[in-house]
Write a protein that binds this ligand. Structure first.
Ligand code: APR
Ligand code: PHB
Length: 421
């Protein structure tokens, strides 16, 4: 007997918080708001299969792990994720381990792919969460500009979208949150004269490889080498995630599997273990990822709030992108709950400043790790010597190593303002 088609859930015409984008930011925000009794709707332009197979990073900071657990989304992560207590730095054919717990008062990270976290959050939301619509592409938003938190002559904040099966529709909201990533549309509603962007691009990219091969080592290896940067990461005890610095604009077809493995072996080589080589296996995916640092300020305009990649991008060297998205929505959920429960907009008014303080720390860390570990074609031997000297400093100074470890395992989500009286 054929399985009856599911009855389509009607798209509401109004909600308290309209969320654009079902990446980690949008999905986690929807979960936190739903748990707090605040109604919301998530509109995602792609289909479920697409967002559940997109390859992204895979390092969760301690506070990201804690947030997922407390949101009830940590069960599979705790079963299948790999807790890590350190990373290895390789440079000048030397190896040095950074031990996180001893340098940070017990903090560690979890290796768990963003793809898996997205699957967990989607399953949870479809089972008992707020409405989530795939194939719903937002074309634009309007009516967000009432900074005084009262209705304006132009009407409520409104999202205009097009659902693949149901056609054009609108959703009015008390607040709109743009969790729609770097290519999203939400931030276009901030007038150009009030929006400021800060950007840095890098003259190299990463070739990202997924391989059915056991990880190189039981922790991640970050390698500086005269041939370029390499990173050996993992997804499970049988699947490796590997990266090689390549020139910007590289076509992955230039990198047949044997060339990838040979180059990884050469860049990761260490005199601490002269015969060491990666265990090879079938490469199941490869793609080239651009490197960019980018921030848009402010992260709030009237009834519009931006979170995650919609507001900031970091180069992946520090593994901060996903964790920043999580921190933003934790701060935002607290602010929306305060507004809902007490009517106060104090935390919403502080949202942009609170997030940006942490965002700029992560921007700095990601930039510094990138500059420390990559071979820049414009650099001379002088800059290479500076890189090696700084790596040596990290290896020999507890203070320098602790600075790296604190940033890598994650700064507190909302530290008190250093400017507070
Ligand atoms: N309408 C609806 N959905 C949209 C639109 C639109 N016009 N534009 C973009 N989207 C969706 C995208 O399809 C995507 O699923 O918004 C979502 C944004 O998700 P992410 O790009 O994953 O961004 P975010 O949730 O902020 O997560 C940040 O993702 O890019 C990585 O490195 C980054 O790990 C970090 C994390
Ligand atoms: C990953 O596993 O995809 C990964 C790990 C560490 C990084 C970047 C990406 O710094």
């Amino acid at each position: 007997m054929p399985i009856p088609a599911p009855i389509p859930v009607p798209v509401p015409v109004h909600t308290t918080v309209g969320i654009i984008g079902a990446g980690p930011a949008g999905l986690l925000l929807a979960r936190l708001l739903h748990d707090a009794g605040i109604d919301c709707v998530v509109l995602e332009s792609r289909d479920r299969a697409y967002i559940e197979q997109r390859q992204r990073a895979g390092i969760l900071e301690q506070s990201t792990v804690d947030v997922l657990r407390s949101a009830g989304a940590g069960e599979r992560m705790d079963r299948e994720g790999l807790p890590h207590d350190g990373i290895e730095l390789r440079y000048d054919r030397r190896s040095h381990r950074i031990d996180f717990p001893s340098l940070t008062g017990g903090r560690r990270v979890m290796v768990y792919a963003q793809t898996e976290m997205v699957k967990d959050l989607v399953a949870q939301q479809l089972a008992d969460g707020a409405p989530l619509f795939f194939d719903a592409e937002v074309a634009g938003i309007e009516g967000v500009h009432d900074v005084n938190d009262t209705a304006t002559a132009t009407g409520a904040p409104t999202i205009h979208f097009h659902h693949r099966d149901r056609g054009p529709a609108t959703l009015t909201c008390d607040y709109i949150v743009g969790c729609d990533g770097f290519h999203g549309v939400a931030r276009n509603a901030v007038p150009a004269g009030l929006r400021r962007t800060y950007e840095r691009t890098y003259p190299y990219s990463w070739l990202g490889v997924l391989a059915q091969a056991p990880p190189a080592y039981d922790e991640l290896i970050y390698a500086h080498s005269s041939r370029g940067f390499a990173l050996a990461s993992m997804r499970s005890p049988t699947v490796s995630r590997l990266y090689l610095q390549v020139p910007g604009g590289t076509d992955p077809a230039e990198w047949p599997d044997a060339r990838i493995w040979d180059e990884l072996d050469a860049r990761l080589a260490t005199d601490a273990d002269p015969g060491w080589k990666l265990e090879r296996g079938p490469v199941v995916a490869k793609s080239v990822l651009p490197m960019r640092s980018w921030v848009v300020e402010p992260m709030r305009y009237g009834r519009l709030l931006l979170a995650g990649d919609a507001a900031h991008i970091v180069p992946p060297t520090g593994a901060k992108g996903l964790n920043l998205a999580v921190a933003d929505v934790v701060v935002l959920a607290r602010a929306l709950v305060q507004r809902h429960v007490t009517g106060s907009t104090e935390l919403l008014d502080a949202y942009s400043e609170t997030c940006l303080r942490r965002v700029w720390r992560a921007e700095h860390f990601s930039y510094a790790m990138t500059e420390l570990l990559h071979t820049d074609p414009a650099h001379s031997a002088f800059e290479t010597k500076l890189q090696l000297s700084q790596l040596d400093r990290i290896a020999h100074s507890r203070h320098a190593a602790a600075e790296l470890a604190e940033n890598y395992t994650g700064l507190p989500i909302a530290p008190p303002s250093p400017y507070a009286s």
